[in-house]
Design a protein around this ligand. Sequence first.
Ligand SMILES: [Zn+2]
Length: 238
Amino acid sequence: MLADEEIERILVVTAHPDDVDFGVAGSVATWTDRGIDVSYCVVTDGDAGGFDPDVPRSEIPAIRRAEQTAAAKIVGVTDLHFLGHPDGRLVASIELRRDIARVIRIVRPQRVVCQSPDRNYQRIYASHPDHLAAGEAALCAVYPDARNPFTFTELMDEGLDPWAVAEVWMMATTKPDAFVDITDAFDRKIAALQAHESQITDIDAGRDMVRDWTSAVAQVGAFADGRLAEGFMVVSTA
Ligand SMILES: [Zn+2]
């Protein structure tokens, strides 16, 4: 596992707007505080989300992109790549692998953070089928797609050279082996979640839920009482 000092750029790949903020926004805030450039790749526009029937469905993608952009800014992220794949119907297609590989070649990250392609039976909501598909496609994009010059030759035609990502951190895993203390970034994580106004009706309940679960992760990571953490499973892909 690389030390943060060895990392210049991190790319977070998630299925939906707001996934990044539930899963990793606290860690992102600590990374950008240290001068690491963090970029987001959001696979769908969350166009099957929202709860207000008075909002025309055609307006949802623009609303959710704007919310994710605002949430990103709160934790120091301004480079966002929206892929526009269909929400609720995501599969780890060759086209999705190519589109994520393209963003990897543009951003050239040492670390990719993505969703786990393995279903978490202890926390089934974290394993939405779109999350599993996005995680599977992201792992395929890291190895072998982004580093192989001979699969997606159209990316070479676009002037994008192969790039080998050194490590992948997976969210929503049942076996976390890397932990980030986010206690000092907790308020920014909540503010980022709050930026998703079309999704979150009760931020007080959300804050309690996120505090409970980051507190439980901190205990798994053997942090001191009262600390909060996000947990990941690290895969070496160097
Ligand atoms: Zn999601």
